[in-house]
Design a protein. Structure first.
Length: 157
């Protein structure tokens, strides 16, 4: 299990919080107050698991952000995208996803790769513009390893 870690920096009205590890019953958001910021960026690339206890604590925590603050989810791994799609309130009304990872797979080599989709490049609003071609390290063509209608569902919110 990867121990939960959080690093918070704040410059004026902008707060950046980098989260890593497992968000579970041992994860604590104490000391990560969200007040005093008008923009809160959550860097999530290093989150590798979340369970039901972690989801509950997450929702309680993001609800402490000022309603006027914009909350930006950045570099969301698949475990976070899955929660955004399934759990009401995981992405609050004042939240938006700036970038997220999409899993790709090669039948030929059996390799997997996570491709970052960024707002304005690979997606805009509800439209998705996946890369024309993704290759693994051996040059084999890879395919998106998700059901697009389900994985990109959060873009419709």
């Amino acid at each position: 299990m990867g121990q939960f870690k959080a690093e918070k920096t704040q410059t004026g009205g902008e707060m950046v919080i980098h989260l890593s590890g497992h968000i579970d019953e041992d994860a604590t958001f104490n000391g990560l107050g969200l007040d005093g910021a008008n923009k809160i960026t959550l860097e999530l690339e290093d989150v590798n698991a979340i369970n039901s206890c972690g989801i509950r604590e997450w929702i309680k925590w993001v609800r402490t952000a000022p309603g006027s603050a914009q909350i930006v989810y950045k570099k969301c791994p698949k475990v976070i995208v899955d929660q955004i799609n399934m759990v009401s309130g995981f992405l609050p009304a004042n939240g938006k996803v700036e970038s997220f990872f999409v899993p790709y797979y090669s039948d030929a080599s059996g390799s997997e790769k996570m491709i970052l989709f960024s707002e304005g490049k690979e997606f805009k609003g509800q439209e998705v513009f996946p890369p024309a071609e993704v290759k693994d390290d051996s040059g084999e063509t890879m395919e998106m390893d998700v059901i697009e209608a389900k994985y990109f569902k959060f873009l419709n919110k």
